[in-house]
Ligand binder design. Structure first.
Ligand SMILES: NC(=O)C1=CN([C@@H]2O[C@H](COP(=O)(O)OP(=O)(O)OC[C@H]3O[C@@H](n4cnc5c(N)ncnc54)[C@H](OP(=O)(O)O)[C@@H]3O)[C@@H](O)[C@H]2O)[C@@H](O)CC1
Ligand SMILES: Nc1ncnc2c1ncn2[C@@H]1O[C@H](COP(=O)(O)OP(=O)(O)O)[C@@H](O)[C@H]1O
Ligand SMILES: [Mg+2]
Length: 281
């Protein structure tokens, strides 16, 4: 039997902070999304748009040069910084202090990308969300686990989790290994799946929203943007992870009667974030 915390509306309302009437974009949080590579620019577009639609005031995307027009044209509200390389990221460089950084969607695993990710881990001062290929890079360089800032959020799907913590022989062992990983490095692990569990040390949260419509390309990239946005809006790390996962699943539950399972795509998650928030009011 599940002995953790069930993430339902009652639980979520303990964390949810409505928007202050006198807020402005400068205090709503500035999120930086780092990702994309040739052929996978869609991933960082989805993350960046999801970040904006989850309420942060400003979003900057850091992408390879070939992503400049793609991001600017797909999402005019997002600011864009580019790497010196055309097809992949080789030197992450920005001159502001983001309130949160999300890294990984579509970023690839090129050697130069690995190096600049290491540099970011050594120098970064912002709360961090790590997803997709940034997780795979970490798994290839397990010594870097020690560089993860406290309360970093990792968002692996089952294969990425296996690459991080190694194989398991039972569900029980999977949780044991994830809990010890979370405790050892003081990080939060969002174990994506059906359902998603969030592991914060020995505390396990089980999500109650979402359905198989979410089994579609880019669904996780959207989640990364949503969690990064909430982190940038000053939610504590585990609260950002919990609220992000809950709202992400809720979009699919709200959309299902209109889209059915098959035609729901990652952009539909973004299109329903507003209704998901409204259902909390
Ligand atoms: N439009 C874009 O630009 C998009 C870009 N994207 C970007 O592509 C990059 C690669 O990311 P990725 O996740 O596709 O590849 P990868 O890490 O090899 O994992 C795939 C393997 O993992 C497994 N698996 C996955 N889920 C599972 C589950 N629930 N339950 C069980 N197993 C599961 C499954 O393994 P199998 O079952 O086949 O053995 C599957 O074959 C990354 O940067 C990402 O951001 C994508 O986001 C798409 C849209
Ligand atoms: N059958 C399902 N039921 C509920 N949620 C699902 C289901 N399949 C996938 N998801 C959710 O969709 C997302 C998939 O993430 P991920 O595999 O990283 O996608 P991508 O890399 O294509 O963006 C996760 O949040 C996962 O929990
Ligand atoms: Mg993914």
């Amino acid at each position: 039997m599940f002995s953790g915390i069930l993430l339902d509306k009652k639980e979520i309302l303990k964390y949810y902070k409505p928007i202050a009437v006198d807020t402005h974009k400068g205090i709503q949080g500035h999120a930086l999304l780092i990702g994309g590579s040739y052929g996978k620019m869609g991933a960082v577009c989805l993350s960046s748009k999801a970040a904006l639609k989850t309420g942060c005031g400003l979003v900057t995307a850091f992408v390879p040069k070939c992503g400049y027009d793609i991001v600017q044209i797909s999402i005019p509200e997002v600011m864009v910084l580019t790497d010196e390389k055309r097809k992949c990221i080789s030197n992450i460089n920005f001159d502001f202090q983001p309130n949160a950084i999300g890294i990984g969607p579509g970023i690839g695993q090129d050697e130069v990308t690995q190096k600049t990710f290491l540099k970011l881990l050594r120098t970064n001062k912002s709360p961090l969300v790590i997803d997709a290929d940034a997780l795979n890079i970490l798994s290839k360089n397990k010594a870097w686990f020690l560089l993860l800032p406290a309360r970093t959020i990792l968002t692996p799907h089952p294969k990425e989790l296996e690459r991080l913590i190694g194989e398991w022989n039972s569900e029980e062992e999977k949780f044991e290994k994830t809990i010890s990983f979370s405790l050892q490095y003081n990080v939060i692990v969002v174990m994506k799946g059906a359902p998603t569990h969030i592991v914060d040390g020995e505390t396990i949260y089980k999500n109650t929203t979402g359905n198989p419509a979410l089994a579609t390309a880019g669904s996780g990239d959207v989640l990364t943007g949503m969690i990064t946005s909430l982190l940038a809006q000053s939610y504590e790390a585990v609260q950002a992870a919990i609220l992000g996962v809950y709202l992400h699943g809720l979009t699919a539950d709200i959309a299902l009667p209109k889209t059915g399972f098959q035609s729901f795509i990652a952009s539909d998650i973004i299109g329903h974030i507003g209704e998901a928030f409204l259902s909390l009011e």
